[in-house]
Design a protein. Structure first.
Lengths: 123, 482, 448
């Protein structure tokens, strides 16, 4: 199991043909207190770097982009009532959706943990 | 403070209605009736008066406090304007729409028509519609006029984009989106204006309009504005002028002279009408000749005999943008303001607004980071970046000012300035008021170094301390529970 | 030289400020504007004192005919306004403040708007309200755009009995978006229910109705609400707030989004504005609401207070993806609405509604007694009703204007084939004497 990141600060954890998606600890910290997460619908077909959902804090709103193309098979409904889970554990309990990966070769467009850490230093 | 509903006593009333002088009508069928009366307040007149008087005392306002809220032009609102607007309270707008009705409304229609002429002269436009109800409503109307212009030339499908600088008001892209456009955002260059080279790259024949605020939200006049409009016009894109900052340039430069085709004017900013705690505003839109065929209807026109008429048969019109003739009461105040100040008075307004902003800018420059250090127009934008080193944000400085009796400047806008503090003193403030404000701003900067916690704790003198906005957004209690 | 007391500096002060800035004259500050772009003319009047200004405004007001007896409505209504409304909304702490961005020094405005939202929720029987929109017409358009977002569909069905002005505003708003608008022509002043059923399917985002409608008719839309919900669409209802003192509330009907014009709640006619638009909806749609919303919260000491909330919906954060472009709203007019409703109160609003209907029913009976005049007898009405005259309503209305009576709104210019129809409005302000005079004058006009 390994974790990959986008430049827009989403992560995806790949297990077999399933990818679990969320936003990084860094992104959650930058947004501040999360007040709302708009999740995709189960069954939605998303493209790599296409809009998957959106996330809001008191003073900001941003889109969540899909790290990989695929089919949304599961969403984290708990975030609807407790969006603060993203602040508490962005890369764990604050996950947003699970995607059935359409094309594993797209992973090459993402960063691994080490590359992402280096990327954060450049910001 | 208690809510008005928490003071309710069943059966209590705040006003007595006239007795009926006609027979009671039989009741309506039950299925049409509400089951129980709406749960409105039940209070005496005195309870009501105390409640709202005490509520009002929990506000800062122009009449009680210096209010240098950038981009909002919080100038003093002359009291005579209130008296003048009240003269029109009893005129029903529908009268003018009745057959033969315009004959009975020549005063009000004439005032709207004259206001249009005055605004056209101030902005360098050919005709003005007074229908839009606020600045953003004017923007939407203006961009719809541009869409109609392109459609009439058969270019509606081809023209897909509206270009805005990244320093623009959020209403610009939001208004363009309602008019069906996609947005291209051009970054600001280090010299404080839209990056000219990037703008040139963004411009194609698919661009329908360029929306500019000039002076921009950094308070800077764009010296390349004519070049920008020439480039836009070479692609048959029209130039839209966001009139939010018109207070800086009256009599100095006319947007219509420098290539703008459409403009909205915020009467509640430049023309001295009160802001009402959030509105009502008024956003008349001026256009160049080529756009007149598309103006909203009913359009007020003067016939050959000098009688004002309502034109409702123009096939090119974008239609109606509001139910009647716009926010007439607000426009009556703006009209009175313009004729009272006159041409010279308005020029003096702009001169002193610009003088005041530059004075504050120079005095505060040693204490706050000024990311774009040049002569500003009606407002200046600092950054709290120096204070950030001590853990103090722009919002903390704002709260400190509240404790000293000042309404804070606009903070965190424009978004392109980190920790922005946007100060617009307006022309109506005295030097003494500004000097006192400057001293408090300096004190805030010094306190940020010596005792940052004092800023983080502010305000301490208000009925309440800082509020938990996250709780409000998560819980969404927007109406008093029963 | 200091001819404007609104610009207070003395020449000495100006000189001092210029020296701090380091320029020799005010004109130097305009140097960033290229010389070639400078204005060469500025042909405006020369200015005058406030006394002369007010005199000029009095002269303008005097050019309108005074003391017209209004039997016209069509969205704006001639109602009583308790004195407290002017006095309290005229507190300059309210009217010279702006949008309450800084909550600690704006609790007056914020709490008042929270109380306003509460009044609108209770009046409409719905869960959430915003802090006001521009007017009733734009509120219809905003509600339609809200329904398009919520359903992801692109068709709006309009009942032709909705105010033609509101329908026109809605069409202007939606013209550039990829939206299909279907209008159902009225049937004797009522919604053509069969016609509506014919177009109602799962492509419809919302159906917009009005109650009472432009003809004055009151309808029971409860069954319609079920039908609309049955295809997954929303029902938007434009309502007249004074009538809600009596009529079934939008919430009881099953309306999802209620809108309307708040002019009748303590705002003067003022030749059409400013008034305010209101919008209320069921709680699940709160994130799709346009405009400012005030929410309750606590301060650092746990004390109750109010803030602007859910701002991430709005244009200053979400820019082109915002739920609306609205920024300034009609806050002061909404405050007037709140003061009006709190003054009239729970029982008072019901009394006021009854008074309106009693007067209108009296007028209706008297007018229907005129030979050749009949009432468009299709539905029950509140304070507006449609008469069918034996001749063109336009001529009659023009004739009565000369007598100082605004007799009603002729329907011919809004509905083809209705040239003889006249919508008459009778509010609580009309006395029996005025109504009787109107009846006599109408009868006389019809004989001519």
């Amino acid at each position: 199991m390994s974790m990959y990141f986008t430049k827009e600060h989403e992560w995806v954890k790949v297990e077999g043909n399933l990818g679990t998606v969320g936003i990084s600890d860094h992104a959650a910290h930058e947004l501040g207190d999360i007040t709302f997460v708009e999740l995709p619908k189960i069954g939605a077909v998303v493209k790599q770097f296409g809009v998957l959902g959106s996330i809001e804090s008191v003073k900001a709103a941003s889109d969540i982009f899909a790290p990989l193309s695929g089919n949304v098979v599961k969403v984290n409904d708990a975030l609807e009532l407790a969006p603060e889970a993203v602040n508490e554990s962005a890369e764990g309990a604050g996950w947003m959706a699970q995607i059935e990966i359409a094309n594993e070769s797209e992973l090459k467009n993402l960063m691994n943990q080490e590359q992402y850490n280096d990327y954060l230093k450049t910001l | 403070m208690q809510l008005i509903y928490e003071q309710s006593v069943p059966g209590r009333r705040g006003v007595k209605l006239p007795a009926s002088d006609v027979p009671a009508a039989p009741a309506l069928p039950t299925p049409l009736l509400r089951k129980e009366a709406a749960g409105l307040a039940e209070v005496s007149e005195l309870d009501l008066v105390r409640h709202f008087t005490n509520l009002s005392r929990r506000n800062f306002s122009v009449d009680t406090n210096f209010y240098p809220l950038g981009s909002c032009t919080m100038k003093y609102n002359a009291k005579v304007l209130e008296n003048s607007a009240a003269l029109f309270a009893t005129f029903h707008p529908m009268t003018a729409l009745l057959p033969g009705g315009v004959d009975f409304c020549q005063g009000t229609l004439g005032m709207l028509h004259d206001l249009g002429l005055l605004l056209a002269e101030i902005t360098g436009m050919d005709e003005v519609t007074t229908q839009p109800l606020a600045g953003a409503h004017g923007e939407m109307t203006g961009i719809m006029l541009i869409a109609a212009y392109h459609a009439a030339k058969g270019n509606r499908a081809k023209k897909k984009y509206v270009v805005v600088p990244d320093s623009s008001h959020g209403t610009n892209p939001a208004s363009a989106a309602i008019a069906g456009y996609e947005i291209i955002t051009v970054p600001t260059a280090p010299y404080g204006d839209m990056d000219l080279e990037l703008f040139k790259k963004a411009m194609t024949d698919e661009v329908a309009a360029v929306m500019m605020t000039c002076p921009n939200t950094l308070g800077l006049f764009n010296p390349h504005i004519k070049e920008i409009s020439d480039i836009a016009h070479s692609h048959d894109a029209l130039m839209y002028y966001d009139g939010a900052n018109l207070n800086a340039i009256m009599g100095k430069v006319k947007p219509g002279d420098v290539g703008f085709d459409v403009i909205h004017v915020n009467l509640h900013k430049t023309f001295g009408t009160p802001h009402g705690g959030g509105g009502p505003g008024s956003g008349p839109v001026g256009v160049k000749k080529a756009l007149i065929p598309f103006l909203p209807q009913p359009r007020i026109v003067k016939d050959a005999a000098g009688i004002l008429q309502l034109e409702t048969t123009n096939p090119g019109t974008i239609g109606r943008t509001a139910n009647f003739f716009g926010n007439f009461g607000v426009m009556a105040k703006a009209y009175a303001y313009i004729i009272m100040l006159g041409g010279k008075g308005l020029i003096r307004v702009s001169e002193q607004a610009v003088l005041n902003a530059n004075y504050i800018k120079e005095r505060l420059k040693p204490y706050y980071d000024l990311p774009y250090d040049m002569t500003c127009m009606h407002e200046c934008v600092f950054s709290a970046s120096k204070q950030l080193a001590h853990g103090v944000h722009a919002i903390d400085i704002a709260k400190f000012l509240i404790d000293r009796g000042y309404h804070p400047p606009t903070v965190y806008f424009p978004m392109i300035v980190k920790e922005a503090i946007m100060i617009e003193p307006t022309e109506t403030e005295s030097k003494a008021t500004m000097d006192a404000f400057i001293e408090v701003m300096i004190e805030a900067a010094k306190t940020a170094e010596s005792n940052p916690q004092a800023l983080l704790d502010a305000p301490l003198t208000m009925p309440i301390s800082r509020l938990d906005e996250t709780k409000a957004a998560r819980e969404q209690n927007v109406c008093c529970a029963w | 030289m200091n001819d404007s007391h609104y610009c207070p500096h003395t020449p000495e002060e100006i000189a001092e400020m210029l020296s701090v800035i380091g320029v020799s004259g005010v004109e130097d500050l305009f140097a960033p504007i290229p010389a070639a772009l400078r204005a060469t003319t500025f042909n405006l009047p020369s200015g005058m004192s406030e006394f002369e200004t007010h005199g000029r405004m009095q002269a303008i007001a005097g050019e309108n005919s005074q003391g017209m007896i209004n039997f016209i409505g069509g969205g704006f209504y001639d109602h009583l306004i308790p004195s407290v409304v002017d006095h309290l909304s005229g507190r300059s702490e309210f009217y010279t403040a702006y949008t309450p961005y800084q909550p600690e020094c704006s609790q007056g405005t914020l709490q008042a708007l929270f109380e306003y939202q509460t009044a609108i929720c209770r009046l409409t029987g719905l869960d959430v309200s915003n802090a006001s929109l521009y007017d009733g017409g734009t509120a219809c358009a905003e509600a339609a755009m809200m329904a398009l977002r919520i359903t992801g569909r692109n068709k709006i069905v309009l009942d032709g009995c909705v105010s033609p002005f509101s329908r026109q505003v809605l069409k202007t708003y939606l013209f550039n978006l990829d939206v299909e608008i279907v209008e159902i022509a009225p049937q004797s002043g009522l919604l053509d229910r069969a016609g509506l059923a014919g177009v109602l399917d799962d492509s419809v985002a919302a159906v917009l109705v009005q109650n009472p409608n432009f003809f004055g008719s009151i309808e029971d839309f409860s069954v319609l609400a079920d039908q609309v919900h049955g295809v997954g669409a929303l029902l938007i209802g434009s309502v007249y707030p004074i009538a809600l003192g009596m009529l079934k509330s939008p919430g009881e009907i099953g309306i999802d989004i209620a809108v309307g014009d708040g002019q009748s709640l303590g705002n003067p006619l003022s030749f059409g504005g400013p008034s305010f638009g209101f919008i209320a909806a069921t709680k699940k749609y709160i994130r799709n609401m346009p405009g400012r919303i005030v929410g309750e919260t606590v301060d650092r000491n746990g004390k109750r207070g109010y803030v602007l909330t859910l701002q991430a919906r709005e244009q200053h954060i979400k820019r082109h993806k915002a739920t609306s472009n609205i920024c300034s709203n009609q806050g002061l007019c909404a405050l007037r609405g709140l003061i009006f409703l709190s003054s009239v109160g729970k029982a008072g609003l019901a009394d006021l509604a009854r008074l309106n209907r009693d007067k209108a029913e009296y007028a209706k009976a008297q007018l229907a007694g005129i030979p050749g005049v009949s009432v468009l007898q299709s539905a029950v009405t509140f304070n507006e009703f449609t008469l069918v005259l034996p001749k063109k309503a336009d001529q009659v209305v023009t004739a009565l204007l000369e007598k100082g009576i605004a007799a009603g709104v002729p329907l011919g210019q809004y509905y083809a084939g209705s040239e003889n129809a006249l919508v008459v409005t009778v509010t609580e302000k009309r006395t029996k004497k005025e109504i009787d005079l109107f009846v006599r004058e109408l009868e006389a006009a019809l004989c001519n």
